[in-house]
Design a protein around this ligand. Structure first.
Ligand code: CAA
Length: 287
């Protein structure tokens, strides 16, 4: 498959990542369908994209015509079956294997045999997501980072059966979208989320041991190690629910190795619905 503006993109899941990916794809000139199991979530996702693009207009980075053209390329899909004409599907639903397997099995029946079926999973085995569907060569990971319109890296993840053509096409797509693709094998957390897990874990531990308040730990990593954000404020941006789910997934996938041990303090935040920026409260309060 040759990637062009005519390549039709479908994004499943209109949370932070799905909406960010849809914005990116529409900004790159593609027709984009956004599907979510909840119609209200699609509306919220599209409203968020419009707000984000309006911010670009206000800053003089986009013209009003470009803003309108991008929004005009985005449409809501109310049924999964409406994605039948997509060339590339990017799934960014909840980080749960059963949900993804169910979606991929349905997509394999709905979409054409050559449609590439990709997942934005951060940590779940691409091989497991592809299992049980005919033609698993067209399944691969296409993992973006938050905020998707801004962060350069995309992990292009090979499952056991992903075909070399699928991987090449996805690298081509990422490059066309101004991203830097890295190829990697499907292993828990791939590259970034694997290496970053002990980093987050140590920040939680430092907080639990009252080494310093959260703001001081974050400032130390920003100012002393040149990270754009400290580890704890980053978990608030990613979402405590998402960050914790990824940690649990990597921890379990590595046979519960202690170096990936999830934080009980973070679990409390998740259970209390204090998921960070998106709920207005996490480690910090957000306006
Ligand atoms: N959507 C679109 N554009 C955004 C944005 C968003 N959500 N957030 C920021 N931007 C844009 C801004 O409009 C601005 O654009 P211009 O340069 O054209 O003006 C640019 O990004 C920089 O933003 P700001 O000036 O507001 O602030 P900043 O310089 O502090 O950058 C940041 C903000 C890009 C978020 C930066 O703080 C950063 O890089 N933080 C770390 C992010 C990170 O590590 N992400 C990975 C998380 S891990 C993950 O995602 C993996 C996983 O699987 C869970």
């Amino acid at each position: 498959m040759q990637i062009s503006e005519q390549t039709r993109i479908a994004v499943i899941g209109s949370g932070t990542m799905g909406a960010g990916i849809a914005q990116l794809a529409a900004s790159a000139g593609h027709q984009v369908q956004l599907y979510d199991i909840s119609p209200q979530a699609i509306t919220r996702g599209l409203e968020g994209i419009a707000r984000s693009l309006q911010g670009r207009v206000d800053k003089g980075r986009l013209t009003t015509e470009q803003y309108q053209a991008i929004l005009g390329r985005l449409s809501a899909a109310e049924q999964l079956s409406e994605l039948a004409g997509a060339d590339i599907v990017i799934e960014a639903a909840a980080e749960k294997l059963e949900i993804k397997q169910q979606l991929f099995r349905a997509l394999a029946e709905i979409c054409a045999p050559q449609t590439l079926l990709t997942t934005n999973t951060s940590s779940i085995s691409v091989t497991a997501i592809a299992s049980g569907i005919p033609n698993p060569g067209r399944v691969a990971g296409l993992h973006f980072f938050n905020p998707a319109p801004v962060m350069k890296l995309v992990e292009v993840v090979r499952g056991l059966d992903s075909s070399p053509q699928t991987i090449d096409t996805l690298c081509q797509l990422a490059q066309r979208w101004g991203k830097t693709p890295v190829r990697c094998q499907s292993t828990p957390g791939f590259i970034v989320n694997r290496v970053a897990r002990p980093y987050y874990a140590e920040a939680w531990r430092a907080l639990e041991e009252q080494v310093a308040p959260a703001a001081v730990i974050d400032a130390a990593l920003r100012d002393g190690a040149r990270f754009p954000m400290g580890p704890l404020e980053l978990t608030d941006m990613i979402g405590q629910d998402v960050n914790f789910a990824v940690t649990c997934s990597v921890f379990n996938a590595f046979w519960q190795e202690r170096r990936f041990l999830p934080s009980l303090v973070q679990q409390e935040l998740v259970l209390a619905g204090k998921w960070g920026r998106k709920t207005g409260q996490g480690v910090y309060g957000w306006p």
